[in-house]
Write a protein that binds this ligand. Sequence first.
Ligand SMILES: Cc1cc2nc3c(=O)[nH]c(=O)nc-3n(C[C@H](O)[C@H](O)[C@H](O)COP(=O)(O)O)c2cc1C
Length: 207
Amino acid sequence: MKTLLVHYTPRNERSNTKQLVDAFRSGIKNSEIEELNLSQDVPDLFLEENLAAYIQRNYLGQDLTPRQKKSIAKMDRMTEQLKSADVVVVAYPMYNFSMPASVKAWFDSVMLKGQTWDVRDGKYVGLMKDKKALVLVASGGFYGKEPMMSWEHALSLGKAEFQFMGYSDVRGVLAEGMNAGDENKLAVLKKTVGEVQKISQEWYQRK
Ligand SMILES: Cc1cc2nc3c(=O)[nH]c(=O)nc-3n(C[C@H](O)[C@H](O)[C@H](O)COP(=O)(O)O)c2cc1C
């Protein structure tokens, strides 16, 4: 059994998001743990050369030159790492109502056709069956009700990406209102850390 912790918490010890990751990590039992720090090991963006290589190989089934293979090697490495894990946790703050660019680049890197999803009989199919995914997000504001609810694209997008890849159990926890005063922050962190601990207890209790 393998657990992959993917995190983008560039504020390190000051990070609210990090508290959620630490809460999950402390509940892991009988599992190898691998970590990917997206503020140090930054995924590639799709640019001219690697996008052409991706389409040529994954959509058209054509061979790549060594140079083309190299252009897409980091994406392949991150995809293999994700495929090797039974449980994946992705943790990041909300930036501008969505996920930080490094996290989006990671999703773009691992959502490779023929690897984590595919098209079969004209339908999209997720290939990551019987696996679990948890998305952990901290935000400065509140998104529990309208009008702000429809501005929330951080947690909702992360969960949608895992659902698209076919994960059978996709959960999410949002620590909201981190910039709405210390009292609120402490109360929300206490509650959400408890929610995260509950999920890790549930996922590892019989392993
Ligand atoms: C560049 C940047 C953009 C942000 N954008 C938003 C935003 O759109 N909505 C929001 O509610 N909070 C926003 N925040 C606040 C963070 O989500 C919040 O402070 C969070 O706790 C930061 O996570 P961290 O403590 O793990 O660093 C932003 C913070 C930064 C630094």
